[in-house]
Design a protein around this ligand. Sequence first.
Ligand code: HEM
Length: 331
Amino acid sequence: MERRGSLYGVAAAAAVVVVVAMAAAAGGEAARLSPEHYRSTCPGVESVVRSVVARKVKETFVTVPATLRLFFHDCFVEGCDASVMIASRGNDAEKDSPDNLSLAGDGFDTVVRAKAAVEKKCPGVVSCADILAIAARDVVAMSSGPRWTVELGRLDGLVSKSGGVAGKLPGPDMRVKDLAAIFAKNNLTVLDMVALSGAHTVGFAHCTRFAGRLYGRVGGGVDPSYDPAYARQLMAACPRDVAPTIAVNMDPITPAAFDNAYYANLAGGLGLFTSDQELYTDAASRPAVTGFAKNQTLFFEAFKEAMVKLGRVGVKSGKHGEIRRDCTAFN
Ligand code: HEM
């Protein structure tokens, strides 16, 4: 009895060690994050970032979707650690992976500019990962979306590999079950996923990302879940031989406003990707879609909460990270 007991004890102790080691390896304890993280070391950081972002959004609205998507793609691969910012001579960093090639340059530029301004004020103190988290909040707030308190204290990661991206980001042809599995790996629920997908209320998509729904179906014909008039509009904008650089608004109704139109669009067959439209088709996600379509406040509250949760994914601490001097290169 006693011997068995001690064996269990060893097993339990080993399990604790494994759990602690895993948490340390992921570097991911949300408890380390705090809105007050830079209170004494760089109290003005948020206003410095905000003024850079405001200037950049004034230059081009593309800044809004580009920065928001950059944050999402950063967090889902290696955690929110600015690993997506790394530029490599060999083109083998995260940003060089096929899934990241369509990330718009204005998102990267926003972070680089904000970092330069922050470094002038408090050199060597604020991580690129935190600057990206603040900028992602600011672009939403600046396009009539909600504003939330950003938790801070992330370190910048030490790993950025193109080969590490495959399978970690959702694809536009995925259905809810597979999408939900990817979000679940990042501690995000179906409700979080539906709320975050509302980011598709702003920004652009290249024709190639949804052409399969227009032209590529077995047996021919347009995907019947498209509203027919919308499908005709998309075919006019994206003919079969369209150049790969051509893109359309993802929210055809209010493309430059962060609002809940995306959800009403889904109910009307105006979901651009299968992954959008399926949120309405699938019974697991449909109640959230209809709820957000009816009530923008409900959407904003869920989006805020989900963005804070997204910002906690795989946060680095201790020897697993650093404060980069240049966001595009390891120190
Ligand atoms: C649910 C699964 C998702 C899928 C399958 C997906 C897929 C895509 C694809 C294929 C594009 C078009 C890229 C292009 O052609 O250039 C896109 C654009 C975009 N996505 Fe998502 N996305 C998802 C979730 C999210 C989330 C969670 C966010 C942010 C919170 C987000 C933010 C954006 C933004 C803002 C754009 C526009 C980018 C721009 O205009 O530069 N997406 N997404």
